[in-house]
Design a protein. Structure first.
Length: 328
């Protein structure tokens, strides 16, 4: 039987992601408070990464013990005695949501991550857009369920993203959710104000808005600029961290998300947890997602998308136009 919006998968995933979002915002709040912990580059984010992964893996694995989880983190570093303080902090944060958490249980929940791709598995990025998280910009918690190589469910929690595209300084905190064949919706992070998503109807390429990563190592910004010129796009590109970019295309705020591999990172292979949730959300909102050669994204090779190169997301109408411009 196919999943629907009331299925156990959706319910458990949303519950766990709501807790993880609250945990991440609490950690972020402490950073914004200017504590010296901000000076240490990895530490603060590590706490939020680990806490988010522990909570989500615990709830998913307990509800669906036969499913596997492919996630970004594991507890190897965390278990080292030099990191005992970090593990204590992670455990304290997790304990606010799961009473009675211990150092040991937190590590074991993080390690529900088996890194094994099976017939039915979940893929999780506990904090996508780490650099955005540290800067106080955008980040996402990304979770997708993949069955026989096809993404069936994708959820993005974007705790710091404005809910209304026309009010960028207004209320923040969004969920994007898509089920294969059932469309995509956005909700406030507290579950309210559910609305269906649809991509922009722009058919004149010169009227399109491009979105790309903030980090120049993650995509070739210069190449994107040249492509924009070819398409007669004069509007400057938007830049945003994390898979929130897929949500931005899904809700029609941008028309094209470009991720042409950076020339400084030749041979980089995208990770499945960086694209599975976002891509189904853009597709179910009417968009199209392929790699730079026009090939569909393949999430069945393992943790890396070995068969793909870069990512192109459009409103569908402009997809071939963009792919053709890439070849020129
Ligand atoms: P974004 O916020 O869209 O720039 O993407 C963040 C993600 O980029 C991280 O989760 C990393 O897994 C991924 N990443 C790291 N290095 C690269 C790279 N050289 N090219 C593309 N993506 C990368
Ligand atoms: Mg990521």
């Amino acid at each position: 039987m196919d999943m629907d919006r009331n299925s156990l998968e959706v319910k458990i995933a949303l519950q766990a992601m709501t807790m993880a979002s609250t945990l991440c915002e609490k950690v972020r709040g402490k950073l914004a408070g200017g504590e010296s912990i901000l000076k240490s580059d990895r530490t603060p984010v590590t706490i939020a990464d680990y806490g988010s992964q522990a909570i989500i893996c615990k709830f998913i694995k307990e509800a669906f013990p036969r499913d596997t989880i492919v996630a970004e983190e594991d507890s190897r570093e965390l278990r080292k005695s030099i990191h005992s303080k970090i593990l204590e902090q992670v455990t304290q944060y997790v304990d606010e949501f799961v009473l009675g958490s211990s150092l040991q249980t937190v590590c074991s929940w993080i390690d529900f991550n088996s890194q094994v791709v099976t017939d039915r598995f979940w893929t999780l990025d506990p904090i996508d857009g780490t650099k955005g998280f540290l800067r106080g910009d955008q980040y996402a918690i990304a979770l997708a369920l993949i069955e026989n190589g096809l993404t069936k469910l994708g959820i993005l929690a974007c705790p710091n993203l404005y809910v209304d595209k026309d009010r960028p300084h207004g209320k923040r905190g969004c969920f994007f959710l898509a089920l294969r064949g059932e469309g995509a919706v956005q909700m406030d992070i507290d579950g309210g104000d559910k609305r269906s998503l649809s991509v922009s109807k722009v058919s004149d390429p010169s009227k399109a808005t491009i979105i790309e990563s903030v980090e120049p190592d993650h995509a070739d910004h210069l190449f994107h600029q040249r492509l924009a010129q070819k398409l007669n796009i004069s509007k400057p590109s938007l830049q945003m961290d994390s898979q929130a970019k897929y949500g931005i295309v899904a809700r029609g705020e941008a028309t094209i998300y470009l991720r042409v591999p950076s020339s400084s990172e030749v041979g980089y292979k995208e990770k499945i947890w960086d694209h599975a949730a976002g891509s189904i959300i853009a597709e179910e909102a009417g968009g199209k997602v392929t790699d730079v050669l026009g090939h569909p994204l393949d999430f069945s090779c393992g943790t890396k998308m070995e068969k793909n190169q870069g990512i192109i997301v459009t409103n569908g109408i402009l997809h071939d136009v963009v792919l053709n411009a890439l070849k020129m």
